[in-house]
Design a protein around this ligand. Structure first.
Ligand SMILES: [Cu+2]
Length: 341
């Protein structure tokens, strides 16, 4: 394996195998397109040999993922606010999260045996307002012990680290929503890397009491999948499905404020990134301050790093967004905004 890695072809070999072994042939399209791109001088080491076609820069998969169970286009703007009630003069939100073992499709015909909250990867995007009381009823219907570790403030026994919840067991986390910002939750059972990489994570948004400016809001969880279990990711994405937003561009309105809650949960790779084409965004690290720290078009993210991006598009048309780690982009982490008049 080391030799293959040194030549920098192990992930590409996987994609080739996905085609030739008849697993699906789906990602083979991505492989072929990428080789063509490399031959045309768009990067890569140029050592690949293949048949050149006219497609240029057309990194994509052939075929479609079945989105009847999990649709990244719906997930994008789907916020789980729990069941709201009043208790002792304050708002309490009660959520239910259940860990399950499920097969998910991360590229056409390429399935992954995931561990998932509520049967989906990422888990639902939890949303609350600062100061509210949150109650999260966690049921473990998977085959391994799991927990939920929330980023934010809470007592030690609500930290989801030592109180392992075994298969068939249940645990209720209860704490106040603070501080406001863009956070995440994930399983914290050891080996941690495995429990995160398998899919037990989600975004956790706490809105400031005074709210934020009205915007078209969306969530992007940067993730990846080790589909051949070699300790490397073969598929990269935002919201799980490789190239989903490339094939199903995100429609936004010209001039409208767009707010993207973004988090990097990628395992195995140390760094991820987010780049917007033909535009710059205001960036709010962790979303914990109301003033942006930066106006840029590219941000780097370590694992667990997250923030809020705000921008408007002044020109109609299709604009790419992708990881500025080129290989991630070519293996699925790429999408389009379709700006409408
Ligand atoms: Cu776990």
């Amino acid at each position: 394996m080391g030799g293959a890695k040194e030549r920098g072809v192990s992930r590409r070999d996987f994609l080739r195998a996905a085609g030739t072994l008849g697993v699906s042939g789906a990602l083979l399209g991505a492989h072929v397109n990428r080789v063509q791109s490399q031959e045309k001088g768009q990067g890569g080491d140029g050592s690949q040999e293949g048949t050149a076609h006219s497609s240029h820069g057309g990194n994509e998969t052939t075929g479609n993922v079945d989105t009847s169970g999990f649709d990244p286009s719906k997930f994008l703007r789907d916020f789980y606010r729990g069941e709201e009630r009043r208790e002792g003069g304050r708002t309490v939100r009660e959520y239910e999260l259940t860990a399950e073992d499920v097969e998910i499709e991360v590229a056409p015909g390429v399935t992954y045996p995931a561990w998932a909250y509520n049967g989906q990867v990422p888990g639902p995007t939890l949303r609350a307002t600062e100061g509210e009381r949150l109650r999260v009823v966690f049921k473990n219907q998977g085959a391994h012990p799991h927990t939920i570790h929330f980023h934010g403030f809470h007592p030690a026994n609500m930290d989801g680290v030592f109180e392992l919840v075994g298969p068939g067991e249940e645990f209720t986390y209860e704490f106040d929503a603070e501080p406001f910002g863009m956070h995440l939750y994930h399983c914290h059972t050891s080996p941690l890397r495995k429990h995160i990489e398998k899919g037990l994570y989600g975004a956790f948004i706490i809105d400031p009491e005074e709210g934020r400016e009205e915007a078209d809001e969306m969530v992007m969880v940067m993730n990846g999948f080790d589909t051949n279990f070699d300790g490397e990711n073969e598929v990269y994405a935002v919201n799980t499905v490789a190239f989903h937003y490339q094939k199903n561009p995100i429609e936004i309105k010209k001039g409208e404020l767009i707010r993207v809650y973004v988090v990097n949960v990628l395992e195995f790779d140390f760094i991820n990134s987010f780049h917007t084409h033909a535009n710059f965004f205001n960036y709010y690290p962790t979303g914990t301050r109301l003033e942006p720290s930066e106006f840029t078009d590219t941000k780097m993210f370590a694992q667990g790093e997250r923030g809020i991006m705000e921008f408007r598009y002044d020109f109609p048309g299709r604009f790419m967004f992708h990881a500025h780690v080129s290989e991630f982009a070519e293996l699925g982490w790429m999408g389009l905004f379709d700006v409408k008049e």
